[in-house]
Design a protein around this ligand. Structure first.
Ligand code: ADP
Length: 618
């Protein structure tokens, strides 16, 4: 400005001096002189210089005004710049505070110069001091978990290629100690006007704890979901089972009604026919046999129902004793040969294969239940086989130094479809194929058989093919015999003459009394009757001739157990034989405890009754 003023003065002062001088010179000229051409030139020059001078002055003034204006603008700009710098500082401070507060680390990557900056916090997350960790991209990349590496790079590239509006990623970084920490990495790129990324800035958040909790939650959730799935499956199965069980029960009831009514019908019908006077002895005998056969069917059915009820209540008790295997096999086979009409026609052959030929061979098991298993399996084989053969036998085997017998019952019958193999052991289940033939049965036999085999320490399984045949296998352990040899009552069917004996039958049911009376009719025994326990005691007291009592257990006024107890007090030597329809082995024990010498289960067969009485009568 001063410089400018100096230049202006430098030019202005001589010009002014010269022009003043010129004006003075002109004033000295007169008009005529002015007409002189030289003078004209001087005047023009003076005017021109004056004009130039004025223009110059104007230009200087303009310039000065402009300078003043730009000075003001500059001042304003400087002030604005100061303000911007101030607010930048505030934002930087804010960012710094925010970073500190959030405990996040900062990274800043310059893609043009290929350099990177990691904040102190960024480094300390990995266990390093500021000096320990170099500001190098490779140093970071080397710490990425190998399983996450590709994913991290892809996400980063996607953002640089503008596929994502911001960059966010979760991955593992190796800590200085060697363990991995979980990082939440967030960033954003800055692009130049050509759309090329020149810088990326972001933060690292340590989410290891959060991730651990999340993982744990996931695990719990997965576990819970698994549990819910399992439980749902269980409930579904239970529901299906309950529905199936319901269906089976309905089928069972319908079937049971049929199974009871059929023999009952026969018994009632044949009994009615028996009263026909026109019948000859042979016809009468035939009717009696038919009644007996149907009665047996009913008794077996009732036995099955009682057995299944006992099994389900966990009340079925075993009576293990030394059991002659070959003997029982022979007996069962013999009884099937005798009772089965098929054999007479020769359509089905029965074969028996004993694994041990010594007839005295015994194992420690329950003989009654073993026999029941055989009867069920051989009975089924006969029922479901029209032609061919039925073979039964056993072999001695050993497993882990334990010997066992493996039995089999093989037939050439209708066979069982593969999908039914497991089901047939469930109660009430039958393989229904009414197309060819309707087989009678309740669907309880195999359930009872399986339970008995397992209670005796064995297992049961089958091989079967439709229209080819079935083989049922079961095992029984060979246990050392430890108890006493049981003495089975010898059945003596020879009729006795017991005319010198008096027997008291304590029985409230007329029909049951009649059965016993009829069974003993030909023995000439003298029979007295008591209709309840109290009467039985009175009669025993008053009649010393009585030398045996047949005591029903369930009677009105006083039951058989109480009556026996009292009679034993008066006449301890008097043999009392219990007779009951309960068929529970516990009852047998109770009666023996109160002093009964023996026990008969209803229905009582005549030969069993006679052979039992024979043990105690003269
Ligand atoms: P059921 O009284 O009906 O015979 P089980 O429990 O003894 O009852 O047998 C169940 C079902 O298994 C039978 O209804 C039958 O369909 C099938 N089954 C059992 N044994 C045989 C066999 N030897 N051959 C063919 N089917 C059999």
């Amino acid at each position: 400005m001063i410089k400018c003023f100096f230049y202006i003065s430098f030019l202005l002062i001589p010009s002014l001096a010269w022009s003043n001088n010129l004006v003075f010179e002109i004033s000295k000229l007169n008009l005529s002189q002015l007409k002189n051409s030289n003078s004209t030139l001087i005047i023009l020059s003076t005017a021109l210089i004056t004009i130039i001078f004025i223009l110059y002055i104007i230009a200087v003034i303009k310039r000065l005004a402009q300078k003043k204006r730009s000075g003001k603008k500059l001042k304003k700009e400087i002030e604005e710049h100061k303000k911007t710098a101030q607010s930048l500082k505030v934002s930087e401070e804010r960012l710094h505070l925010a970073m500190q507060g959030s405990n996040d680390g900062l990274w800043d990557r310059d893609l043009v110069n290929n350099t990177v900056y990691y904040s102190e916090r960024w480094k300390s997350m990995l266990g390093f001091t500021n000096e320990e960790f170099p500001n190098e991209i490779k140093a970071f990349e080397d710490r990425i978990h190998p399983d996450d590496y590709e994913m991290v790079m892809n996400e980063y590239e996607n953002h640089l290629n503008k596929k994502t509006s911001y960059y966010e990623n979760k991955f593992r970084l190796k800590h200085k100690d060697g363990h991995y920490i979980w990082i939440l990495d967030r960033g954003k790129a800055i692009f130049n006007k050509d759309g090329v990324a020149i810088r990326v800035v972001g933060t690292h958040t340590d989410i290891t704890e959060k991730q651990r909790i999340e993982d744990e939650l996931h695990q719990y959730q997965a576990h819970l979901e698994e549990k819910v799935r399992e439980r749902t499956k269980e409930l579904q199965l239970a529901k299906e089972k309950a529905e199936e069980s319901d269906k089976l029960k309905s089928a069972f009831l319908a079937n049971m009604s049929h199974e009871i009514r059929t023999p009952m019908n026969a018994i009632v019908g044949f009994a009615d026919l028996l009263s026909d006077h026109d019948l000859n002895d042979e016809q009468r005998q035939e009717l009696i046999e038919l009644i007996n056969k149907n009665t047996n069917t009913l008794v077996y059915l009732i036995d099955d129902i009682i057995d299944i009820a006992k099994i389900e209540a966990g009340q079925l008790k075993l009576n293990k004793t030394e059991t002659n295997i070959n003997q029982i096999l022979n007996d069962v086979f013999q009884s099937f040969i005798e009772t089965n009409n098929l054999r007479d026609q020769g359509a089905v052959r029965l074969k028996l294969q004993k694994g041990i030929t010594n007839d005295n061979f015994t194992i420690h098991t329950d003989p009654v239940r073993f026999q029941q298993i055989l009867i069920n399996l051989i009975g089924n084989a006969i029922k479901y086989t029209e032609k061919g053969s039925i073979e039964c036998g056993y072999q001695v085997k050993a497993e882990q130094e334990k010997s066992y017998l493996e039995f089999y019952v093989k037939d050439t019958g209708v066979g069982i479809p593969k999908d039914k193999h497991q089901h047939i052991f469930e109660r009430f289940s039958k393989v229904e194929d009414n197309k060819t033939k309707l087989y009678r049965g309740t669907g309880l036999g195999l359930t009872i058989t399986k339970n008995l085999v397992e209670m005796l320490g064995g297992k049961i399984w089958l091989h079967s093919k439709e229209n080819v045949g079935s083989t049922f296998h079961f095992t029984l352990p060979v246990e050392e015999f430890k108890g006493q040899l049981s003495e089975e009552p010898e059945l003596n069917e020879t009729l006795k003459d017991w005319k010198n004996n008096t027997i008291l039958i304590a029985e409230d049911e007329d029909s049951n009394y009649r059965v016993l009376q009829m069974a003993l009719r030909r023995t000439n025994i003298h029979i007295l009757r008591a209709e309840n326990g109290k009467e039985a005691i009175e009669i025993c007291k008053s009649n010393k001739k009585i030398n045996l009592v047949l005591m029903d257990l369930k009677m009105p006024v006083l039951n058989g157990i109480e009556a026996t107890r009292e009679i034993k007090k008066i006449r301890p030597e008097l043999p009392i034989i219990a007779q009951t329809a309960y068929a529970m082995s516990e009852d047998k024990k109770t009666t023996l405890n109160v002093g009964c010498v023996d026990y008969l289960t209803k229905p009582i067969k005549r030969n069993v009754l006679i052979s039992t009485l024979n043990k105690y009568l003269n």
